[in-house]
Design a protein around this ligand. Structure first.
Ligand code: AHR
Length: 615
């Protein structure tokens, strides 16, 4: 029910989850030296050229040639993703592809702090006239959020360099070239039931040639072709010219991550439509074959036998066992007749071969407009499995929609609330804040999803991650900088739902609250069968505390449990890097004597009450 939606927006992958510290490591950006600066102290003399003849990997055609006349070391320095975060006491794996061209120079590798202080250095030598990978380990003697990496030709001569890389040794599960440990931990701590990936609009691309193609994201990292990220240029008010997709976090890594954190993978494939907010380019219906084949091959990549076809490619990457994928999304946020025609073709082909895969279909970007209603009408007629609804709206929308699903058709497709977030100011406003006000509105709305869990099968907040120095969209669930991870009040709402998920929905009635005031109190109840606990979720959105009388009718004897409360002094309160725990849940023991008990719901609060059932 409670999952996460990962999209590479706000530097979510490169500069985020993917732990690579070097930006444009392969010199493949359209400006091949973006992110790099020539280090040319007064006495240094040298030439930097970008070349493509005889690259070390065909999929990574550009490399840099550094020619030095050796008065003093000469070369390049990389700025990282708005600075490299390095920690004292930790090790960093440096690697580079080098080809000796002339002379016998050494290569000096230096890590600098933001203030220019040298943090560590090493020297590599003995280059041959063929490409070879050289490695070293750096140990910064200080922690720095804005470090830089320099590679300097030392001695007269010429070297070709490519794929200059620096990774923390400490990654998630210590995988070399892996993911940021602290960011994955934040995901794992959410206990997500599923992960939707890789988008979002990046699945669609602004034009079809820039769509997300999963086959380009597997295999050796140097053969994954770079793609411009559509969030690079989407918002004129938030231009991000250095935003590209290296696909170091590719589909294999996504599946692996899902497995690590116990989340069902929900990949989304392009359905032959580019983003309808951009070009809305269409692949003609009679040319959809390769798009549909990509979807079928993806299922084989995830679930097929290790001995052949795409399953063998998965096995070659180190995972012979199937990933057990059961869900697949066809298109992101598509709308209109063009979509249903394409969805139908995908659905027929996929269900023919893989009837066990549940398909997620799109209902457009709005939760209530003609596009949305047409989608439901058509998708119902097509017997779609799961319809993906999206809502970015003011907190009031979420309060007003807590009963949205009470009367949904129980015989039709199931609902996936695939993207939602309360916006404190308005959609795409750069002033939106992740404050308590938004988090409470989401918590209230989720009581309605939980009460209707027979029809709403899944829900995920969006977007998931944002880099404080390179974001395009706010609000976001988790903010990061180069060294820190910040959990928002909305994060804690998600976590409280996912960690207090019952197995059965219990009927609940709110009584004795005057009609006007009732709108400010929201509740749901579930039963955790294994733990033998009743779980109540209670939101008090009013500015005063409420004393409520709870009656667990028909429950029998009760035992001890807990109360967890998320609240703060004011609705505008948020967490910041300087004050990360300002709005955070607090848990205390709770031992009611009887199944009827009194509770005080603090003003502006979300409470989760767990009550044990006597054996
Ligand atoms: O979450 C940000 C964007 O919002 C997603 O890419 C898209 O699906 C929606 O419009």
């Amino acid at each position: 029910m409670w999952g996460v939606f990962f999209e590479d927006i706000n530097f979510g992958a490169d500069g985020g989850l993917y732990a690579e510290l070097v930006k444009n490591r392969g010199f493949e950006f359209p400006d091949p030296l973006m992110g790099w600066t020539t280090i040319s102290p007064s006495l240094a003399r040298g030439v930097v050229t970008i070349r493509t003849d005889g690259p070390f990997a065909a999929g990574n055609p550009h490399y840099v040639r550094l020619q030095s006349d050796a008065k003093t070391p000469f070369g390049l320095s990389n700025e990282g993703f708005r600075g490299m975060g390095v920690r004292q006491g930790e090790a960093y794996d440096f690697s580079v592809e080098v080809r000796g061209v002339a002379g016998a120079p050494a290569l000096t590798v230096q890590l600098y702090g933001g203030d220019g202080a040298l943090l560590d250095a090493t020297v590599l030598r003995g280059f041959t006239d063929g490409w070879r990978r050289y490695t070293a380990t750096l140990h910064p003697h200080d922690t720095d959020p804005k470090a830089r990496l320099a590679v300097l030709v030392t001695g007269a001569g010429t070297l070709d360099l490519d794929f200059v890389s620096l990774f923390p040794e400490k990654t998630w599960k210590n995988r070399p070239g892996g993911l940021r440990d602290d960011m994955v931990q934040a995901l794992a701590d959410l206990h997500p039931g599923f992960m939707r990936f890789p988008g979002g609009c990046i699945v669609e691309g602004s034009v079809l040639s820039r769509r997300y193609q999963w086959k380009h994201t597997i295999g050796p990292v140097e053969s994954r072709p770079l793609l411009i990220n559509r969030w690079n240029y989407e918002f004129l008010h938030r231009p991000t010219p250095d935003y590209f997709q290296s696909f170091g976090l590719g589909f294999f890594e996504f599946f692996q991550l899902c497995e690590d954190i116990g989340a069902q993978p929900l990949p989304i494939v392009n359905c032959g439509m580019a983003c309808q907010f951009n070009s809305a380019e269409l692949c003609p219906l009679d040319a959809l074959g390769p798009f549909i084949q990509d979807a079928l091959d993806l299922i084989e990549f995830a679930n097929g036998p290790a001995t052949r076809g795409w399953g063998a490619k998965r096995a070659a990457m180190g995972h012979p066992a199937p990933f057990g994928m059961r869900l697949l999304g066809v298109g992101n946020e598509q709308w209109g007749l063009e979509y249903f025609a394409r969805y139908e073709k995908f659905a027929r082909a996929i269900k023919d071969r893989y009837p066990e895969i549940a398909l997620v279909s799109a209902a457009g970007p709005s939760p209530d407009d003609p596009r949305f209603h047409l989608a439901w009408q058509r998708l119902r007629a097509l017997h779609a499995d799961i319809v993906d609804e999206h809502s970015y709206a003011l907190p009031d929308w979420f309060y007003a929609n807590t009963h949205r699903y009470d009367h949904y058709d129980r015989g039709g497709p199931k609902v996936f609330m695939g993207e939602y977030a309360a916006q404190s100011i308005g959609v795409v406003s750069v002033k939106n804040r992740n404050n308590l006000d938004c988090a409470l509105a989401e918590a209230a709305y989720l009581t309605g999803l939980e009460r209707n869990a027979d029809v709403v099968r899944m829900a995920s907040y969006a977007p998931l991650f944002a880099n404080t120095e390179a974001w395009q969209w706010t609000p976001d669930l988790i903010w990061v900088d180069s060294l820190r991870v910040l959990r928002t009040p909305s994060y804690y709402v998600q976590q409280l739902y996912a960690r207090n998920r019952g197995d059965r929905v219990l009927p609940i009635a709110l009584g004795g609250v005057a009609a006007a005031d009732q709108r400010r109190v929201f509740a749901s109840a579930t039963l955790d069968v294994a733990a033998r606990q009743v779980i109540l979720k209670l939101v008090n959105a009013a500015p005063q505390a409420w004393a409520v009388a709870v009656s667990l009718a028909g429950i029998g004897e009760v035992t001890a449990g807990t109360i967890t409360v998320l609240s703060s002094d004011g609705l505008d309160d948020q967490n910041t890097m300087a004050d990360p725990g300002r709005v955070a849940p607090r848990t205390r023991a709770f031992a009611p004597a009887r199944p009827e008990f009194d509770l005080v719901l603090p003003a502006h609060s979300f409470s989760v009450v767990r009550v044990g059932l006597a054996p």
